[in-house]
Design a protein around this ligand. Structure first.
Ligand code: SAM
Length: 428
C-alpha cells in the first residue's frame, strides 16, 4: 500500500473526514508502529493491506482526542437527572460514551451521578469506547493533567481527585470502577450491540469528524441500540441526527435528542427510556409529537428546498478579523464586521442570512462559513442563533492547532478564534 492508499482506506473504513493535519499525524503513527513492531515502514505498509487492527491503530493517530471533565455541563446535568430518576424508579440506566477519548466524558457522568445519588449511582452501567488505544490507556490509569480539569468546580475537584507529587491528578477509585472502557471503531462497533440495550448515548464532538455516509450509518446504529425514548447527546458543532429517528429536546441549544418510537409500531419500553422528557415539536411527526417550530440550534437545519435556480450561493467576504493573536476580552458592544467588497450589498439582510445558511449547509466543516453566518445573524438581530453558532465555532476551533490555515488559504485558526471570542463577548 502507498501512503495515499492508506489514507483513503482509513477514510473509507472509519468514515473519517481527511484533515490538513493528516500527513504529519500519519508520519507520527507510522514512526510509532515501526518502533513498536520492530519492522520498517515498507513492512508496515505490507501488513496494513490485510490487518484491520493495524489500520485501526494507525487511524487513531489521525483523530483529535481533545476533551475535558464536565464539558457541556448543562447537558450532563439534564442527562444525569433523567438517569437518576430512572434509577430511583427501579428502572435501568445504561449509558454509552461513544468516542470517549481519555475518559473525561464518561467519568463526568459517573461523578455527577454519584453527587446526585450517592452509593445508588453504582446501579448505572456506563460503557465507554474509542478507536484510540492510547487515549483509553490514560482513561484506565485515571491520571490527568490540570488542563483536563479546567471545567471542574474546586469542591468537586477536591472530592474526586488527589493531587500527586508530580502535579498530576488521580481520579477517585470508585468513579473509575463505574466505567468500563473498550477499544472499538465506528461505524463497525454499532452493529454487534443488542437492539434497545442502551438508555443514553453520548456522541459528542465525534460526528464533526465523520463523513455524511458514516454519520448516516452511525445515527441509524445509535437509534437501533437505544431504547425508545432513550437519549442522544451531541455537541454544538456536531451535525444533527435525522428527524425521522430523533426528536430534539427544547432549549436554546440543548444538543439532546430523544429516540422516537418506531413509526407505526407500538412503543416497546422494556426497562429504560425517558418517556417523561418533553421533546421539541417537530415537522416529521413520526412519534406522538405535534407539528414543528424551527429550531435555533446548530448546525443549520437542512433547507427544505434547494436554492432557487439562478440564485447560486454567492461567495461572501470574510468579515474583518481582529489582528491580534491573543484572546483579549472585548467591551460589551455589538461587533458588526464591515461588509466585504464582494458581499451582495443590495440583497436584503435576511436574504444574505439565507444564502450563508445554504453555504454552511453545503459545507458544514467550513469554520469561515460558520463565522460569516454567525455575523449575518447578529446583523439581523437573531442573537440567540448567532450565539449558538459562535459557541459551536469556539468548540470547533479549540480542537485545532492555532497555526492551522483555514479554507481561504490565509486565515489561521488563532486569528479566527480571536474574532469569535470577541464576538462571543459582545453577545448577550
Ligand atoms: C474530540 S474527541 C471527543 C471526546 C468526548 N466525546 C468529548 O466530547 O469530550 C473525539 C474522539 O472520537 C474518537 N473517534 C474519532 N473517530 C472515531 C471512529 N471512527 N471510531 C471511534 N472513535 C473515533 C477519537 O479517537 C477521539 O477520542
Amino acid at each position: 500500500m502507498t501512503r495515499e492508499l492508506v489514507q483513503t482506506r482509513i477514510a473509507e473504513t472509519f468514515g473519517m473526514l481527511p484533515r490538513s493535519g493528516w500527513p504529519s499525524a500519519l508520519d507520527e503513527g507510522l514512526g510509532e508502529l515501526t518502533r513498536r513492531l520492530a519492522v520498517d515502514e515498507a513492512e508496515i505498509f505490507r501488513r496494513l493491506a490485510n490487518n484491520a487492527e493495524l489500520l485501526r491503530d494507525l487511524a487513531a493517530y489521525l483523530t483529535i482526542d481533545e476533551s475535558h471533565f464536565l464539558r457541556h455541563s448543562e447537558q450532563l446535568a439534564t442527562l444525569v437527572e433523567a438517569l437518576a430518576q430512572n434509577i430511583e424508579a427501579g428502572r435501568r440506566a445504561v449509558v454509552w460514551s461513544l468516542g470517549c477519548s481519555r475518559g473525561e466524558e464518561p467519568y463526568s457522568v459517573a461523578i455527577l451521578l454519584r453527587e446526585r445519588l450517592g452509593a445508588a449511582a453504582a446501579r448505572a452501567s456506563i460503557a465507554a469506547t474509542d478507536i484510540n488505544e492510547r487515549a483509553l490507556a490514560v482513561a484506565r490509569r485515571g491520571l490527568y493533567r490540570d488542563w483536563s480539569l479546567r471545567g471542574v468546580p474546586v469542591e468537586l475537584g477536591e472530592r474526586y481527585f488527589t493531587r500527586e507529587p508530580n502535579g498530576v491528578f488521580r481520579l477517585d477509585a470508585t468513579v473509575m470502577a463505574a466505567v468500563a472502557f473498550e477499544i472499538a471503531a465506528l461505524p463497525q462497533c454499532l452493529a454487534p450491540r443488542a437492539a434497545q440495550s442502551v438508555d443514553a448515548v453520548l456522541f459528542r464532538n465525534v460526528g464533526i469528524y465523520l463523513d455524511a455516509s458514516a454519520l448516516e450509518t452511525v445515527y441509524a446504529g445509535i437509534a437501533r441500540t437505544l431504547a425508545p425514548h432513550g437519549l442522544l447527546l451531541i455537541a454544538p458543532a456536531d451535525p444533527a441526527p435525522p428527524r425521522e429517528l430523533f426528536a430534539r429536546l427544547p432549549g436554546e441549544w440543548s444538543g439532546i435528542f430523544v429516540r422516537r418510537a418506531e413509526a407505526g409500531s407500538a412503543v416497546v419500553d422494556p426497562a429504560g427510556g425517558f418517556a417523561s422528557l418533553a421533546v421539541a415539536p417537530d415537522r416529521v411527526g413520526v412519534s406522538p409529537v405535534p407539528a414543528l417550530a424551527s429550531s435555533s440550534s446548530s448546525p443549520p437545519p437542512k433547507p427544505s428546498l434547494p436554492p432557487p435556480t439562478g440564485s447560486r450561493v454567492e461567495p461572501v467576504a470574510v468579515p474583518s478579523l481582529a489582528p491580534a493573536e491573543h484572546h483579549e476580552v472585548a467591551p460589551r458592544r455589538a461587533v458588526v464586521p464591515p461588509a466585504g467588497p464582494d458581499e451582495p450589498s443590495l440583497a436584503p439582510a435576511d436574504e444574505q442570512v439565507r444564502r450563508l445558511r445554504c453555504a454552511l449547509y453545503l459545507n458544514p466543516q467550513d469554520a469561515l462559513a460558520r463565522f460569516r453566518y454567525a455575523t449575518a445573524l447578529q446583523r439581523v438581530g437573531q442573537l440567540a442563533q448567532a450565539k449558538s453558532q459562535v459557541l459551536c465555532l469556539t468548540e470547533e476551533l479549540e480542537c485545532l492547532a492555532a497555526d492551522v490555515v483555514l479554507a481561504d488559504g490565509k486565515t489561521r485558526v488563532a486569528r479566527l478564534l480571536n474574532a469569535v471570542l470577541l464576538m462571543r463577548a459582545s453577545l448577550p
